[in-house]
Design a binder for this molecule. Structure first.
Ligand code: ZN
Length: 381
């Protein structure tokens, strides 16, 4: 039985698109437009693309990411990184990312990228950061003019298999008053524990700076434990494997191990990326994604895109998938959104303003729209 508009599921797609959304985990090099990749490749003489047809390229990215082959998955990033080695290219992809996210109804996003991947043609890391920040600033201006204001915070990512994390952490602190809001490490998890980068994390803590760590995606509990208890991560990138520390008894009751309990008690935000987690094998399917259980148990779960191009996704699409798989209504989508906003790396008063001035009023308006539709067409219920 449907008691109110907020619990009606699945939520109609047009309402999810209009709903204000908050995104904490999105990679700049995972979100390029296929047409842009082709144009940049032609401008820069990059000859390695598998095709120069935008639709075919779009499909190729998705297939490679779906293939289960790590080599093919990594090849997708070789192309997106390969065509973003110039100032103009970096500025353009940042501008377009801001516009695309805003058009999808995202009101706040933290987008991350690794400066050390864009130095092949001689740009230095300062220029790289400045071009990306300038691109986001342009994109935010264009989005506001188009009636979809968005705020973007940048996270600088260090590659966990490399040795530059301290330098990248210093760069994040240097630009923290200019749009960089935090730091992250990403890359192959197994064999590269976060404690390899302890120096960077200790530096950031001394600087009162924010950081998240990719942990508990490909690798299990030890990675999550190190990220939190040795490195001091404020959030976990994915963190899916925290379910390995939760046992469901014969009575159906969940029993949390000490690490899972710590994550829940301390309200550690989990940056979950359902489609990406299925592609990498971190989750079996959307229907069996741990997000369902973790939401039920009250973990601080957030919904994210990870790599929009490789997963063929958007925030609207991720929320639509979850609404269908778990019966989430507008109230649930608002809960995920407020969780994400509370967990952002911008100052508390700014987070609160977005929650009170944009997220809550817009969800209230959407519930009214849905209630009206329900009374107009009761036969559909
Ligand atoms: Zn990621």
């Amino acid at each position: 039985m449907v008691s109110d508009a907020g619990s009606y599921a699945p939520v109609p797609l047009d309402l999810i698109r209009r709903a204000p959304k908050v995104l904490l985990h999105d990679h700049l090099d995972g979100g390029l437009r296929p047409e842009t990749i082709i144009e940049l490749a032609e401008q820069d003489g990059y000859a390695a693309l598998p095709t120069h047809d935008a639709d075919a390229l779009d499909a190729w990215f998705r297939e490679a990411a779906d293939s289960g082959s790590l080599e093919r998955y990594l090849e997708t990033f070789a192309h997106t990184v390969g065509v973003t080695q110039t100032a103009d290219a970096l500025r353009r992809v940042a501008r377009e990312a801001a516009e695309d996210l805003a058009a999808d109804g995202v009101v706040y996003a933290e987008v991350r990228f690794a400066p050390e991947l864009h130095i092949e043609k001689g740009l230095d890391e300062h220029q790289i950061v400045e071009e990306v920040l300038a691109g986001f600033a342009e994109g935010q201006r264009l989005a506001a003019a188009a009636g979809h204001p968005i705020r973007i915070g940048v996270l600088l990512t260090a590659i966990r298999t490399a040795t530059h994390s301290r330098r990248i952490a210093e760069l994040a602190v240097e630009y923290r008053d200019h749009g960089v809001v935090g730091f992250d490490i990403a890359g192959a998890e197994a064999g590269f524990p976060p404690t390899r980068h302890l120096d960077a994390f200790e530096y950031l803590r001394r600087e009162n700076a924010h950081f998240t760590i990719h942990a508990g995606e490909a690798f299990g509990l030890p990675s999550i434990w190190e990220a939190l208890q040795w490195c001091g991560a404020e959030r976990l990138g994915h963190g899916v494997r925290i379910v390995d520390d939760i046992e469901i008894g014969a009575d159906g009751e969940a029993r949390l191990g000490r690490l899972a309990e710590f994550v829940r008690d301390r309200r550690i935000p989990l940056e979950m990326c359902p489609s990406s987690n299925v592609q990498t094998g971190a989750a079996e399917s959307i229907e069996r994604h741990p997000i369902g259980m973790l939401r039920r148990l009250g973990f601080r779960v957030t919904v994210n895109t990870d790599n929009r191009l490789m997963s063929g996704t958007s925030m609207t699409h991720e929320m639509d998938l979850l609404s269908h798989a778990f019966g989430y209504g507008l109230n649930d989508l608002q809960w995920f959104t407020i969780n994400a906003m509370k967990s952002a790396f911008i100052p508390f008063d700014e987070r609160l303003a977005l929650i009170n001035e944009r997220i809550k009023p817009q969800y209230t308006a959407l519930r009214a729209v849905l209630a009206e539709r329900m009374t107009e067409r009761p036969v559909l219920l």
